[in-house]
Design a protein around this ligand. Structure first.
Ligand code: GAR
Length: 194
């Protein structure tokens, strides 16, 4: 199975995925694609010998369909069986999502359906929640929606800040995303709870 990984930043989830896809694993990373030329993850992927590319969203100046057409074309060249959004911070429209229906996953730093969108950890703390976590789900046109393939939970401590919580959830993200992709790569989409 050919896997493309989309990033916008440091790419720690991308690295966790890429490093898991070795040996007998049925999948391999074929492209790491960023919408930001300075995304730290691009260099890290290249250092591992993974093909990288950037489709910068800024020259498109808000023309989302044109940006997504360029993104789509670059992905088609890589011919992925699966696309993993890993800290990819652009909202994708229905047209793009439908073109890859059933073949695109996302990791989100909350226990969906709670806290779609941004600032998930601050919102969970402010709400007085006793736990937070992360979710891997299939991407559908609605933001941070779509069938859940896995979740990992993290208790929220009394002295928690968004930063301390984000750091502990990220550790779980690095366990959960590879576990889900390993399962999906064998055609098994049963939910995983860590
Ligand atoms: C991760 O925490 C991921 O869940 C989150 O961005 C971070 C990326 O970190 N994604 C979203 O918020 C998507 N809406 P990374 O670049 O180190 O993997």
């Amino acid at each position: 199975m050919r896997v493309a990984i989309l990033i916008s930043g440091g790419g720690s989830n991308m690295l966790a995925l890429a490093d898991s896809m070795t040996g007998a694993h049925p999948a391999r990373p074929v492209l790491v694609l960023s919408n930001k030329p300075d995304a730290g993850g691009l260099e890290k992927a290249a250092a591992r010998g993974i093909a990288t590319a950037c489709v910068d969203h800024r020259p498109f100046r808000g023309d989302r369909p044109a940006f997504e057409a360029a993104l789509h074309d670059r992905l088609v060249q890589a011919a992925p069986d699966l696309i993993c959004l890993a800290g990819f911070m652009r909202v994708l429209t229905e047209n793009f999502v439908e073109a890859w229906a059933g073949r695109m996953l996302n990791i989100h730093p909350s226990l969906l359906p709670k806290y779609r969108g941004l600032d998930t950890h601050a919102r969970a703390i402010a709400a007085g929640d006793s736990e937070a976590g992360c979710t891997v789900h299939e991407v559908t046109p609605a933001l941070d929606d779509g069938p859940v393939l896995g979740q990992a939970r993290v208790p929220i401590r009394t002295d928690e800040t968004p930063e301390t919580l984000a750091a502990r959830v990220l550790v779980q993200e690095h366990r959960l995303y590879p576990a889900v992709v390993a399962r999906v790569a064998t055609g098994d989409r049963r939910r995983i709870d860590l």
